[in-house]
Design a protein around this ligand. Structure first.
Ligand code: 13P
Length: 256
């Protein structure tokens, strides 16, 4: 299980460091649970230079390499700052910041070339769901974003399903809705690669995931963790989501 926090454009630098200190004092991640936080980009180098109680993630990366690209930061720069994971294709970047399918695929390539792990986001709008094209939409995003990758690269790919209508709205996909989309993604991966690749790729759910619903979502067979926005901003709340992932791991082990 992987529980990843996406702070988006929230927190001052001091608040970010305070979070890391406070989080370190809480219960350590349970066995079988990885924890990641993606703070705002300006804080990455300083945070990466400290000993953190979580993996360090970036919310974005340049689609290009080094050169005359004012304001961009490359995957190699992120790696040099201690970043381990990079979120690519978040709907807030696809919709508001020009990350079209082609750009997203380039970003995926740059992240993997730098030796980092990519957290590839996909998800449908409310309109897509109402028009009953949500499966098509998500599978098309996967096709254009990651299907070009060789199977050997897939051990550094995480997929996050984030229905846009559930992000920051308080509306959560039901466990059934999350499970059926995750099963479709797993099936798509099995077809495009093979069953082993499909089984190994962590599939995260994101969209108003919080302590009150994390147990139910993480209990789904094909949900391997969460990408958490609002509920990752407070150390205790986030730790409660991490603890829910720990319970899911323990339950799975006892059922095996
Ligand atoms: P919320 O958890 O605030 O809905 O955000 C989800 C998200 O977009 C994480 O990337």
């Amino acid at each position: 299980m992987l529980v990843a926090g996406n702070w988006k454009s929230n927190k001052s630098f001091n608040e970010s460091m305070e979070f890391a200190n406070a989080f370190a004092k809480l219960d350590a991640a349970p066995e079988g649970v990885e924890v990641m936080i993606a703070p705002p980009a300006p804080y990455l180098a300083a945070m990466g230079a400290t000993s953190l109680p979580f993996r360090l993630g970036s919310q974005n990366v340049s689609a290009t390499g080094p050169g005359a690209q004012t304001g961009e930061f490359t995957a190699d720069m992120l790696a040099g700052c201690g970043v381990q994971d990079v979120i690519v294709g978040h709907s807030e970047r696809r919709d508001g910041h020009g990350d079209d399918d082609e750009t997203v695929a380039e970003k995926v390539n740059r992240v993997l070339e730098a030796g980092l792990r990519v957290v590839f986001c996909c998800g449908e709008s409310l309109q897509d769901r109402q028009a009953d094209v949500h499966f098509d939409k998500v599978l098309r995003q996967l096709e254009s974003g990651i299907l070009h990758l060789p199977a050997a690269a897939m051990d550094r790919v995480v997929v996050a399903y984030e229905p846009i209508w559930a992000i920051g709205t308080g509306l959560t996909a039901t466990a059934e809705q999350a499970q059926e989309m995750h099963a479709a993604i797993r099936g798509w991966l099995a077809e495009g690669y093979d069953a082993e690749v499909a089984r190994a790729i962590p599939l995260l759910y994101g969209g108003s995931c919080k302590p009150a619903n994390a147990d139910e979502l993480f209990a789904c067979a094909d949900v391997d963790g969460g990408l958490i926005g609002g509920a990752s901003l407070d150390p205790e709340n986030f730790q409660a989501v991490v603890a829910a992932a720990g319970r899911a791991v323990a339950a799975e082990a006892s059922n095996a």
